[in-house]
Design a protein around this ligand. Structure first.
Ligand SMILES: [Zn+2]
Length: 883
């Protein structure tokens, strides 16, 4: 699935719309109940399930009748245990005869008539009902949102199908399904596989019959029913459909119409045609993930249904999300990880497939840009470094982490780089064909590569997948004029301990002299090594890992003039971006600033231009501001303009910049730039900011884009005069995204006003998940301990439809801590980087330093958002990282 927490989003100015820092926290939250890391031993094999469901909207109940066809795997099996949580079992039959059964908190155990022999088949029918607290969600209109379309949807991964269906709920079994849904005649339903029929069921009801004939695991079962709009598309003869909550059908094509082109690309690249009977994508409100790759029928968050005007300002639109979930249809659905310890075989591949689409559709630079951002993001989460990708010890964290996704995708890119495209894709084809319809572990991939290419990858797998970390290089070189030689010193500085070792990696070194570039492949394998290369004259440029093909960090000690040369002449994006990163650290240097300004205006790739804008913002000198303002005149692409405007938010006490930002906030061709200007003004706290933000709150923009940005910026501004306005936008009935922004900002104002604390605490009991979540984190950041009883009461409530418990506990702990270790949020939008920022605040000293660091983290998160929005636009549940 896609994860909001890690991948965040690609949405422009999403920071303005979504509580970016809120998302960051999810990665840190541990699940309530750890998933089973190892696959279970099985006593039966589920072959087919016929699942008939009806719904009781009033009581948010599911009424089910399921028949499992299964065969016994072990002689002497007398009982069949199904996973079943919170379901009331009314009746069970085995081969149509009444059967004895018992239930525990987590299981339904059915007695067979007698001890069975291996191979014996049974039909076990279960009639049940339940009010699911997870797995199945009822999104309904209420007094505050009377127009909301009815939506019932499920989310099985990782172990939540059991909350609405008694079944074998672990990936290491596969079954075909028939899903029979009886619903009001005006509704649509979507489930796995082919639609066989829709028939009249009387009393204004219809029965929809879906059949999936390709076996897949139970966490991939999906049931969606409710008031939806549908758009039909196709790829060859394959039906491709898109669904939106009723009334938003006109948003489907603009955001989703590249789907058939992706199916085509992936089928060709992989050499294995799209494996299911159809491909549906259903967008639902309040989804607990960004997207979920149910077999043949993906569910995505409705926030991916961008307003056409906003979509036009997004370079890659929702392609990250769409290609990720589509990639899973092969990797995850057709071939499924056997256990959660091998989840990277699902998520790393889906992340890799995003890159495949980016490279084919937007070009190599774009793919490299996204990959580089991913690498930086991964390095910025130190908790990931010492954990292997393949691991079984995720009791206190989630298996759905940045190792499974980002690093997993990187590992596949490195494999591709080392094997070459031909051998690599031949290996993937063989892996898919050999394991089609099976469950796999990491060794199955190694075996497929070896069988197809005869390349032994044991060492590669050992360090990158079973070992942890990545190389951190310290690099330097000298030129020997007499011998015409370059001596390159390569040190690996990562701390070697536990799972982290010294890496063995092939690296391309490129040396450019006056007579041109020469490429030298070397292999680095020791803690410290010196490599010697011939060079006819002193080098102009020495590149280590040309093109940035290794997941690494590197400190290359070079002179300024070399970095300037590299910025201008580096052929690959990664090499020029490395130069930007190095130059950014040189302060007060006109030559550097002017070179970065030149790159910002003239580089051939927008991503490098944006990177240069970021760097000038970091330098924040008078010269840097001139370069940014100058570039603004010609930078028309919203995705570049956004970076320039955001960078301007770093220049304090500069009235010309404040005036420019105020102007952009009011009038600009780009909504993204305007939203960035509102945030920048909030940070700069200029005298007129309050008026500008208030005006933006009442302005008209697509989906309230500017209003939401301004509501968030009011928290950054920290002016208590904004309280009445924020209170007004926090109340039920206002759009959810405006409310979450307003609530978060409100929490950072009038810290001693207990009425505000009480108002926010009142939102804890709301049914709308994003509002509830915003209230939980806002209260934690606000620091008013009178909120503790309300949060503790929330912990007791039985309608926590998602695993919010660890999040709530964490906020209670924050409130109970002495103020010194719990600094106030620096702004409305950033106060809740709880996970990331709490650890920052615990380790650094003075509050000013803490705030600065929070600010940096906040911007980092915004930047990630910037890049990967579509991705994981979901507001995850307490097990957010697990989707
Ligand atoms: Zn995924």
């Amino acid at each position: 699935m896609t994860m909001q927490s890690l991948r965040t989003t690609n949405r422009p100015g999403v920071a303005a719309v979504l509580p970016a820092s809120l998302l960051a926290v999810f990665a840190m939250v541990s699940p309530l109940r750890a998933d089973e890391p190892y696959a279970r031993s099985r006593s039966y094999d589920l072959g087919h399930s016929r699942i008939a469901l009806r719904f009781d909207l009033e009581r948010k109940k599911v009424l089910g009748d399921v028949t499992h066809t299964l065969s016994v795997l072990r002689d002497g099996t007398a009982k069949i245990a199904f996973d079943s949580v919170g379901l009331t079992i009314e009746n069970v039959t085995v081969n149509k005869s009444p059967a004895k059964f018992e239930t525990t908190a987590e299981k339904l155990i059915v007695s067979l008539p007698a001890a069975a022999k291996a191979g014996e088949k049974f039909d076990v029918s279960i009639r049940y009902e339940g009010k699911p607290t997870k797995g199945m969600y009822f999104i309904l209109p209420d007094k505050d949102y009377p127009d909301r379309p009815i939506q019932i949807w499920t989310q099985g991964e990782s172990e939540d199908t059991r909350y609405y269906l008694p079944t074998y709920d672990y990936p290491n079994d596969r079954l075909t399904t028939e899903t029979i849904l009886t619903v009001p005649a005006s509704w649509l339903t979507i489930s796995n596989g082919k639609l066989i029929s829709v028939s009249d069921a009387g009393k204004g009801l219809k029965t929809w019959d879906w059949r999936e004939t390709v076996p897949s695991s139970t966490y991939l079962i999906t049931v969606v029913a409710g008031e939806f709009d549908e758009v039909k598309d196709s790829w060859l003869s394959l039906p491709v459909t898109y669904y939106a909550p009723k009334g938003r059908g006109d948003r489907l094509s603009v955001n989703y119409s590249r789907t058939p082109a992706m199916i085509d690309l992936f089928s060709k690249k992989l050499g294995v045609e799209y494996p299911w009977e159809k491909y549906a994508q259903v967008m639902v409100d309040d989804f607990v993930a960004g997207g979920m790759e149910n077999s043949s029928a993906t569910t995505n968050a409705s926030s991916s249904l961008n307003h056409p005007k906003i979509a036009a300002e997004m370079l890659t639109d929702e392609d990250g999300l769409i290609s990720h979930e589509l990639g899973h249809q092969w990797f995850g659905d057709l071939v499924t990880c056997k256990d959660w310890g091998d989840i990277w075989l699902n998520e790393g591949f889906a992340t890799f497939m995003e890159n495949v689409w980016s490279e084919a559709h937007y070009g190599k630079d774009q793919a490299d840009y996204e990959r580089r951002q991913g690498g930086r993001e991964w390095f910025s989460q130190p908790n990931l470094f010492d954990k292997p990708i393949v691991r079984y010890d995720f009791d206190d964290s989630s298996e759905f982490d940045g190792n499974a996704y980002t690093k997993g995708g990187w590992v596949l890119e490195m494999l591709r780089y080392q094997l070459g495209d031909d051998a690599f894709y031949r290996a993937l084809k063989h892996y898919l064909e050999a394991n089609r319809g099976k469950n796999v572990v990491t060794a199955d991939l190694a075996k497929a590569i070896e069988e197809s290419s005869h390349v032994n990858v044991d060492q590669f797998f050992s360090q990158w997948l079973y070992g942890a970390g990545a190389p951190k290089f310290d690099l330097g070189y000298s030129y020997d004029h007499d011998k015409h030689q370059i001596l390159l010193t390569v040190k690996q500085t990562q701390k070697v301990e536990d799972h982290v070792g010294i890496f063995h990696v092939p690296v391309n070194v490129e040396i450019t002299t006056a007579s041109g570039p020469k490429l030298y492949p070397i292999t680095v394998s020791k803690a410290e090594q010196i490599f010697t290369f011939p060079a006819d004259s002193a080098p102009l440029m020495v590149l280590f890992d040309k093109g940035g093909n290794i997941l690494k960090s590197a400190e290359f000690h070079k002179e300024k003039k070399e970095w300037l040369y590299q910025l201008k002449n580096g052929g690959a994006f990664a090499d020029r971006a490395d130069a930007v990163s190095a130059l950014e650290k040189i302060k007060n240097d006109d030559e550097v600033v002017s070179a970065l300004g030149n790159a910002l205006r003239n580089d051939k790739f927008w991503g490098l231009r944006a990177t240069a804008a970021d760097a000038l913002g970091q330098i924040a000198s008078a010269g840097a501001s001139k370069q940014l303002l100058y570039a603004l005149d010609s930078a028309n692409e919203p995705w570049v303009r956004y970076h320039i405007v955001a960078a301007l938010g770093n220049f304090k006490d500069d009235s010309a910049i404040a005036a420019k930002l105020t102007e952009i906030a009011k009038v600009d061709n780009s909504y993204r730039a305007r939203a960035a200007a509102l945030h920048a003004l909030g940070r700069l706290k200029t005298p007129d900011t309050l008026a500008t933000l208030e005006a933006a709150v009442s302005s008209d923009s697509p989906d309230g884009y500017l209003r939401n940005a301004a509501l968030g910026a009011l928290g950054q501004l920290g002016d208590d005069k904004a309280v009445p306005l924020l209170e007004q936008w926090s109340v039920p009935g206002k759009p959810i995204e405006s409310r979450t922004a307003a609530i978060r900002s409100l929490a950072s104002l009038e810290k001693n006003n207990q009425d505000i604390t009480k108002q926010i605490a009142g939102y804890l009991s709301e049914p709308n998940f994003p509002v509830r979540l915003a209230a939980v984190f806002s209260l934690g950041g606000r620091g008013d301990a009178i909120a503790v009883p309300a949060l503790e009461r929330l912990l007791q409530s039985d309608d926590l439809s998602i695993e919010m418990v660890p999040m709530i506990k964490r906020q209670i702990a924050r409130l109970k801590k002495p103020a010194a270790t719990n600094p106030p949020p620096h702004n409305g939008d950033g106060g809740e980087s709880a996970g990331a920022s709490a650890s920052a605040s615990e380790t650094s000293g003075g509050s000013e330093a803490v705030l600065e660091r929070l600010d940096k983290l906040e911007r980092l998160v915004q930047e990630m958002n910037e890049r990967l929005k579509a991705f994981e636009t979901r507001l995850p549940p307490a097990r957010p990282s697990s989707k």
